[in-house]
Design a protein around this ligand. Structure first.
Ligand SMILES: [Zn+2]
Length: 223
């Protein structure tokens, strides 16, 4: 593990007024991956424990164009809403994470295979020789250290993301589910995430009372 900090030259912050109110927008260039990422900070987080945090992997199609084949855009909105409700928290928007790190062109290639051959999100990558997940959470760990966040309650359905952050020295006090409603468009994607990538997605179970919830963070799992 490289314990490299973010250089002062590579970071700039200013208030960002949004529809959800004002956040502190902390833009930084990561010293290891070279990408420019952003942390949106709400309220007091410096020196705090149990800070509500989302590390969000960029998804141009879902986040910007509101595509419904994945749940990224809904999760981004739900995470920001949760941070606003809490009154404090951090959303780290991670670049270079398109298609779990394979890039935008490759991601759209996997969409062709999903549409034409019915392959799922995992097989549509491996069949063209691409890795299933090469995302690096080092930049998130480095900016959380810069922000002096002592421990986090991580909004994620992915237990592997908890381990990945912990491997970079982030103390994860709890994992907070970030569940969005199932639709005809995203059900195959969500099912593959549950069955093949180990995500915890109880809203796919029709008997589960969470079925009717949209964008919720109930059911925190303390660690
Ligand atoms: Zn997406």
């Amino acid at each position: 593990m490289r314990d490299q900090g973010i250089e002062q030259n590579d970071i700039a912050e200013a208030d960002l007024r949004t529809r959800r109110g004002v956040f502190r927008a902390v833009a930084f260039r990561d010293p290891v991956d070279g990408h420019e990422h952003m942390a949106l900070v709400r309220g007091a987080v410096r020196g705090r424990e149990d800070v509500l945090v989302r590390t969000h992997s960029e998804c141009m199609t879902g986040d910007i164009f509101a595509a419904t084949r994945c749940e990224c855009g809904d999760q981004l909105g739900a995470a920001l809403d949760a941070i606003v409700r809490e009154g404090a928290g951090v959303l780290v928007y991670l670049r270079g994470h398109e298609g779990r790190g394979i890039g935008l062109v490759a991601k759209v290639r996997t969409h062709i295979l999903q549409d034409d051959q019915g392959l799922d999100t995992v097989d549509s990558a491996t069949v063209i020789g691409l890795p299933v997940d090469v995302r690096d959470y080092g930049p998130a760990a480095r900016v959380l250290r810069y922000l002096d966040v002592r421990s986090v309650r991580l909004m994620s359905n992915n237990p592997a993301k908890v381990s990945a952050l912990e491997s970079y020295g982030v103390e994860v006090a709890a994992r907070v589910p970030l569940l969005v409603p199932v639709s005809d468009d995203n059900v195959r994607y969500l099912t593959a995430k549950r069955d093949r990538l180990g995500h915890d997605l109880p809203q796919l179970d029709p008997l589960d009372p969470l079925d009717s919830l949209g964008g919720t963070t109930v059911g925190e799992v303390r660690r």
